[in-house]
Design a protein around this ligand. Structure first.
Ligand code: CUA
Length: 380
């Protein structure tokens, strides 16, 4: 009896410990995740039913057909037509009962996209996530911002190998494939993922397809905001640089003017504000904008227009760096800029003394690294 009690007790303890896990797949927060979850729950109860039937029969057989004496021999039988038909038809009916909602769920999660859905182009890279909002003209990395109750249509593709988008509370997994070239006149074949977030919050996600050495270090966050909160984020994205920036680009055409291009401009309040700017941040901006960093990274409203590495606009507002692997603060960012590959194997970014991917070492001094980190964290 003790051999049964202990496992049962441990099972109770284990399930009792279940708190709110950040990547729980049984805590749906979108229509998509609810469909998957209801399927999971129904299959769970079918399994429980089968388990109960098997255990009750097993217990009954064990008790009823115990050998009562040393020389007792059970009644010998061969075949039982009724039983055989029963255990063939029974499971077949159960499989059909599970297949019907499963097929319905497949269609429900592949339904045509609503006309008012917001598109986000998601691109997987070794080893980070790029999110481009074509309607808003915004590009960001590793933190996907979405408005609540707004259908969103994610267009999934990969820049290199196959990755998989998976934010368990919201939806997925769905693969990001390199999109094969097509003949003229044909449409490229993207994977799409379509859902409507039901509540605000921060949801954790993870690449779910082995994509190389740092696959396990390819995490993401989805920030579901109110409509106003999302719009505010978009507005801040366009204003993150410039507000306290000498030679501030004109707001109406930010991409046409570079910092410092208008020395003749009348001093205005933006230039006054710049005077109280932290000198470390100012040095960091100058260093960053004159370094090889900008060959790969972009910051809206500046000369940094690189597109092959994570866009760093509003970088200081991100919770984590390196695609969700550590807290985004000065100390970690300095370590990252000095030696990204020591923290995350096979990352394409060069360090201060070591090349990375196809890029030579940046050669930044310790003081310059501190300054660049302070500048990037000021972008929020
Ligand atoms: Cu990307 Cu695994």
């Amino acid at each position: 009896m003790a051999s049964l009690v202990l496992p049962l007790l441990m099972m109770g303890v284990a399930t009792g410990c279940a708190e709110e896990y950040p990547q729980s797949s049984i805590s749906p927060h979108t229509d998509f995740a609810e469909i998957i979850h209801s399927l999971y729950v129904s299959i769970f109860w079918w399994s429980m039913l089968i388990l109960a039937v098997v255990w009750v029969l097993l217990a009954w057989v064990i008790v009823k057909y115990r050998r009562k004496s040393e020389d007792e021999k059970p009644r010998q039988i061969r075949g039982h037509l009724g039983l055989e038909i029963g255990w063939t038809i029974g499971p077949a009916l159960i499989v059909i009962a599970i297949a019907i909602p499963t097929i319905q769920a497949v269609f429900a999660t592949q339904q045509p996209v609503a006309d008012d859905a917001m598109t986000v182009e998601v691109t997987g890279h070794q080893f980070w996530w790029e999110f481009h909002y074509p309607e808003q003209g915004v590009t960001t990395a590793n933190e996907l911002w979405l408005p609540v109750d707004q259908p969103v249509n994610l267009r999934l593709e990969s820049n290199d190998v196959i990755h998989s988008f998976w934010v368990p509370k919201l939806g997925g997994k769905r693969d990001l494939n390199p999109v094969p070239a097509v003949r003229e006149g044909q449409d490229p074949k993207y994977n799409w993922l379509y859902f409507t977030p039901r509540e605000t919050g921060v949801f954790m996600g993870q690449c779910a397809e082995f994509c190389g050495q740092s696959h396990a270090l390819m995490a993401m966050r989805v920030v579901v905001e109110t409509e106003e909160g999302f719009q505010d984020w978009i507005d801040r994205w366009f204003a993150s640089e410039g507000a306290d920036f000498p030679g501030d680009p004109e707001p109406e055409e930010p991409e046409l003017q570079m910092p410092g291009m208008d020395p003749d401009d009348e001093p205005d309040e933006t230039q006054v504000a710049a005077e109280d700017e932290d000198p470390l941040v100012a040095l960091g901006r100058e260093t960053f904008l004159n370094s090889t960093c900008i060959a790969c990274h972009g910051v809206e409203g500046t000369a940094a227009q690189g597109v092959i590495a994570p866009n760093l606009t509003l970088f200081g507002a991100r919770k984590t760096l390196g695609a969700g692997i550590m807290e985004n603060n000065q100390e970690n960012l300095v370590r990252w800029i000095i030696d990204p590959q020591g923290i995350k194997a096979a990352v394409a970014m060069p360090g201060t003394e070591y090349p990375g991917g196809n890029w030579p070492a940046t050669g930044l001094s310790d003081e310059e690294v501190e300054a660049v980190a302070a500048y990037l964290l000021s972008l929020k």
